[in-house]
Each structure stands twice: as structure tokens, then as C-alpha cells.
Design a protein around this ligand. Structure first.
Ligand code: FE2
Length: 151
């Protein structure tokens, strides 16, 4: 076991298993950090959507109740894939509400918004997730990856 495998990360101890997947440790850390923010945003949007599924009222109840259910189920599936990708990079996936609230760019709502406000808030949340995903998918800019980008 190399000395670098004993390092700790803000989320806990790094992997104890040497990883050789063609991505250096610095780049794997940068990617895992971006995916951790994406996981936090996605989890927060998942919980918000589930909350709205439970609490929506009014003449659009049936339509929104069902649409929110479809969406929170999709988000739930995405969360697991993102977390497993972080683990595959040799890093610890955030998994507490405390970590998610620190990492997420989506702020949770107090109270129960009107149905039309729920829609607007969820659109904003999806846009935030899309921005975070776009940022996290940018190639790290270390010299090693810059050379690969040119090839
Ligand atoms: Fe339900």
C-alpha cells in the first residue's frame, strides 16, 4: 500500500486500494468533488420533489402528484449511479443531510408552496442540477490531461 492511499479527504479516508484506471489521483479527486456536488444537488432535488408529491394541493393535484412521482423515482435512480461513480474513482460518496446541505447549490424550501410555485421551484432545481453537471463534466486541466486532450 502506497503512502498516498492513506490520505484523508474532506469526506473521510481515501481508498486503501491502489487504483490504476488511467486517471491520476489529482484528476480523480477533482472529478469526485464535482460528482459530490452533483450528488448533493440531485439528492436535494429528489427530496424536494418527493415533498411536493406528498403536499401538492389544488385543481392540478392529480397531474402534479403523478408527475412528481415519476420525477422523484428518476432522481432516486440517478443518485445511486452518481454515488457509485464516486466510489469507483476511489473516493467516499457524501451520504448525510449535513454533507448534502453543505455541498448543494439548491436551497430547501420552508413551508408548502402553491402548486404553481412548486413547478417553478422544480424547474429552477433542474436547471441547477444541469449547471452542476456541466461544470463537473469539464475535463480537469492538469498538464497530464491537457496532453491527452490534444492527442
Ligand atoms: Fe406516493
Amino acid at each position: 500500500m502506497s503512502k498516498s492511499n492513506k490520505k484523508t479527504t474532506p469526506l473521510g479516508p481515501a481508498s486503501r486500494v491502489a487504483i490504476d484506471i488511467g486517471i491520476g489521483e489529482k484528476d480523480r479527486k477533482a472529478i469526485a468533488d464535482g460528482l459530490s456536488r452533483l450528488l448533493a444537488d440531485t439528492y436535494t432535488l429528489y427530496l424536494t420533489t418527493h415533498n411536493f408529491h406528498w403536499n401538492v394541493t389544488g385543481p392540478m393535484f392529480q397531474t402534479l402528484h403523478l408527475m412528481f412521482e415519476v420525477q422523484y423515482n428518476e432522481l432516486w435512480l440517478a443518485i445511486d449511479l452518481i454515488a457509485k461513480r464516486i466510489r469507483a474513482l476511489g473516493h467516499v460518496a457524501p451520504g448525510t443531510y449535513k454533507q448534502f446541505s453543505e455541498l448543494s447549490a439548491i436551497k430547501e424550501e420552508d413551508g408548502v408552496p402553491k402548486a404553481t410555485d412548486m413547478i417553478r421551484l422544480l424547474v429552477d432545481g433542474h436547471e441547477t442540477v444541469a449547471r452542476t453537471a456541466a461544470r463537473s463534466s469539464r475535463r480537469p486541466t492538469t498538464p497530464a490531461t491537457s496532453r491527452r486532450a490534444i492527442c
